[in-house]
Design a protein around this ligand. Structure first.
Ligand SMILES: *[C@@H]1O[C@H](CO)[C@@H](O)[C@H](O)[C@H]1NC(C)=O
Length: 362
């Protein structure tokens, strides 16, 4: 698996440092025995001990790599199979509450004729709202999904690494601490999503405000439009932590798991959250998220392709693309075997990012 390859590379990079440290220890041993003028037999014994130690060192390193490899792979599987589906379901539920298109659609349908008929201005106004909201909801679904996927990996890899270290050093990371740390995964669906909707809506409005619903879009032009909105959104960003972590690194009382006492001071939990914040603020996160957003946009564009089948070469008017774009947003909510989830999980950037988080948390 790539995760294993990345870990090996990580170890290889550090191998030199590890060997230098080991060499220094060995040399120290010889010097000590030399200065104390031990007998030749004692020196030979010392050498034998040294050789045995270096053999053990090599073995432990091999074991460590194996252990890390198993652990790292397990973590990625765990992320995709268990934690992620429930978080994504929660995310899309909240998104559909926050950006609710059915009321707008209902008003437009009811206003077609009869006593509730809308004036042309009212109609245009509703259509403009529907335009912005449809694009906002779909893009929020995609980008929220990307953020959740990366964040879960940050959490599980930090936790996995910490557990590995505490087991190796016979320490202990209480279950309640792990539980509390994982509870931060729900921050985006519960709170961060509102800010995400606001920011995405701003980007969509900036790019699309003056575009007429009659304007025709070819398939390539539609992709360019989406890329333009993504660029506007990414340009706004200063700090991805705003969506993923509470400002003071403390969850509101009611968001902690019921069984855990949130009042107890938990330094380990705060340490893990601080590490997560560091990772999310890093250039590597920014770089990986960029690749994730690109991959999600690609997948989304592929889902829009069928709407162009049998259409004239000039393309489709924006008014027809609005429902297409909102339907694609619904596809993102496929909880079983989502190709959007797979598109992210299979990215080489995501795999090396995971290994990097796992490897650097020591
Ligand atoms: C959207 O709004 C309608 C009516 O305003 C409501 O019945 C429906 O439950 C809302 N949907 C969601 C997902 O909140």
């Amino acid at each position: 698996m790539a995760c294993y390859g990345d870990l090996r590379a990580w170890f290889r990079r550090r191998r030199r440092a590890i060997l230098i440290a080991a060499g220094a220890l060995g040399a120290g041993c010889v010097l000590y025995y030399g200065f104390t003028r031990y007998s030749a037999a004692a020196l030979a014994r010392a050498r034998a001990v040294e050789e045995e130690e270096s053999r053990l060192r090599a073995e432990t390193e091999e074991e460590r790599i194996l252990h890390l490899r198993r652990h790292c792979d397990e973590i990625q599987l765990l992320a995709d199979a268990t934690t992620l589906p429930s978080l994504l379901a929660h995310l899309s539920e909240r998104l559909f509450e926050l950006v609710n298109l059915s009321e707008l659609t209902r008003q437009l349908m009811a206003g077609k004729e009869g006593p509730q008929a809308l004036t042309p201005d009212e109609k245009l106004n509703l259509w403009q709202k529907l335009k912005v909201s449809s694009f906002t909801r779909t893009l929020c679904a995609a980008w929220g999904m990307g953020l959740v996927q990366l964040f879960v990996r940050v959490q599980l890899n930090l936790l996995g690494r910490q557990l590995f270290i505490s087991t190796a050093s016979f320490g202990d990371l209480p279950f309640s601490t792990q539980h509390k740390f994982l509870a931060f995964g729900d921050f985006l669906p519960l709170h961060g999503i509102a800010l995400l909707v606001q920011d995405v809506e701003e980007a969509v409005t900036e790019v699309m405000r003056d575009i007429s619903l009659k304007k025709a879009y070819s398939f390539d032009e539609l992709r360019d439009l989406l890329i333009q909105i993504q660029a506007a959104f990414e340009k706004q960003q200063k700090d991805w932590c705003r969506y993923l972590l509470p400002e003071n690194d403390k969850l509101p009382e009611e968001d902690y798991p019921v069984a855990e006492s949130s009042h107890s001071r938990d330094d380990d939990e705060q340490l893990l959250v601080a590490k997560a914040r560091d990772v999310i603020s890093s250039a590597e996160f920014q770089h990986t998220l960029g690749a994730v957003l690109d991959a999600l946009l690609d997948t989304m564009v592929q889902d829009l392709l069928p709407y162009y089948q049998g259409q004239p070469a000039v393309g489709l008017p924006l008014a027809k693309l609005v429902p297409a774009v909102s339907s694609v947003g619904m596809l993102l909510d496929n909880r079983q075997d989502s190709k959007y989830v797979r598109a992210v999980a299979e990215l080489p950037e995501v795999k090396s990012f995971s290994a990097m988080v796992y490897g650097s948390a020591a």
